[in-house]
Design a protein around this ligand. Structure first.
Ligand SMILES: C[S@@+](CC[C@H](N)C(=O)[O-])C[C@H]1O[C@@H](n2cnc3c(N)ncnc32)[C@H](O)[C@@H]1O
Length: 353
């Protein structure tokens, strides 16, 4: 094979989409690629922006407290009975990240076909225990297929783009707290070209596996700074430093334009919420923005966390409304500039007062 053909093949494998694919979406075995943009008219389809007119008037007695997810994963309860103590948060996250990552890399159609095959084999051979287990796995697979591959509710690129758009900063320095695989910082990086991204997570597996194995071929729809038109970006196009550290040990100054977290605040009971809010203030330049999302308190999310308990529930977790989320940040000294919800998360863009 000559060099030119080889490099064309490699690039078709790792960078399969270009500007000519903008506007398209496709279900792939493990995820959906979605390069559909939206017009100004369609914007409200992807983000529902509320208007709490005056956060100072909102009272906890009127909006209630978040819902705590109680169903624990089996790994966690087994660990706790083995060790005769509660699992500490750091250990819990290492179990969670491993369990969650295994779902992102599944060939979902392939696994659906083989679980159907197993199910009929077990039925024929009268093994009720195994049949029950296989049914449980099939339900999880079908749910994951719907939530992640069909709905694209977890990455939700159109919702996230709607939430992140219109920030008046060029070439931002972005700090992602509790970055896991880093998806949202990469989406921001594509939308704000020239971004310098720092991802932080204290679970090393997030750097070495969740982020490292995030598909090189996943296309992020962003902006071409030369033309102002849309452009497709890949992980490798972005400037990313991944740091394995505890957020509480970071020694950055006020040097970031955007501090981001996705699914962090809801893992802390109320007595720690101010501290978590403070992590979003401490590293911001004056005039910088904190962007946060947390899972919504809705019936379908409660069902999801119950069925996927073994994958998702190793840590303390709440589901909340956008009003509750906004009030936590408001009471912790932030002005709420934008608040709303997308498919499965609430989102806030806010600034220290
Ligand atoms: C719920 S996850 C974020 C959700 C993410 N989008 C995902 O797909 O898993 C929260 C992340 O924060 C990290 N984390 C929690 N507390 C931390 C701390 N004190 N310092 C650093 N990372 C932390 C966990 O290891 C975990 O990867």
């Amino acid at each position: 094979m000559n060099l030119l053909t080889e490099s064309t093949l490699t690039s078709a494998h790792t960078r399969p989409y270009s500007s000519s694919h903008i506007g398209r979406t496709k279900k792939l075995p493990s995820y959906r690629m979605d390069l559909r943009s939206f017009s100004e008219k369609e914007y409200n389809k992807f983000v529902t922006l509320h208007t709490v007119k005056d956060w100072s008037q909102l009272k906890w007695k009127d909006i209630g407290r978040p819902y705590e997810v109680k169903a624990d994963s089996k790994e966690k309860t087994d660990w706790e009975s083995r060790h005769q103590k509660a699992m500490d948060p750091h250990t819990s996250w290492t179990y969670f990240n491993k369990a969650f990552h295994e779902w992102f890399v599944k060939d979902v159609p392939g696994e659906l076909a083989s679980s159907k095959h197993d199910f009929f084999k077990e039925l024929k051979s009268f093994r009720p225990g195994e049949v029950k287990h296989t049914i449980g796995s099939m339900v999880q697979l079908h749910l994951w297929n719907y939530v992640h591959r069909i709905q694209d509710g977890i990455w939700d690129p159109r919702g996230k783009r709607a939430l992140f758009e219109g920030i008046d900063i060029k070439k931002p320095r972005i700090l992602f707290l509790g970055a896991a695989e880093g998806y949202e910082a990469m989406q921001l990086g594509a939308m704000y070209p020239g971004a310098e991204i720092v991802m932080v997570d204290y679970d090393e597996y997030c750097k070495t596996t969740r982020f490292a194995e995030f598909p090189e071929a996943y296309p992020f729809l962003g902006e071409n700074p030369q033309t102002g038109q849309s452009k497709v970006y890949y992980k490798d196009d972005l400037s990313i430093e991944y740091i394995v550290n505890d957020i509480r040990s970071l020694d950055y100054g006020q040097e970031f334009d955007i501090v981001l977290s996705v699914g962090l605040l809801e893992h802390f009971p109320d007595e720690y919420k101010h501290e978590v809010a403070d992590w979003h203030r401490r590293f911001l330049k004056p005039g910088g923005y904190a962007i946060l999302t947390t899972p919504r308190n809705q019936v379908r999310s409660k069902v999801y966390y119950r069925i996927m308990a073994d994958v998702m529930n190793h840590t303390y977790r709440e589901l909340m409304t956008v009003e509750q989320m906004g009030l936590y940040m408001y009471e912790s000294g932030f002005n709420i500039l934008r608040h709303g919800y997308i498919k499965v998360h609430n989102g806030l863009v806010c600034q220290p007062r």
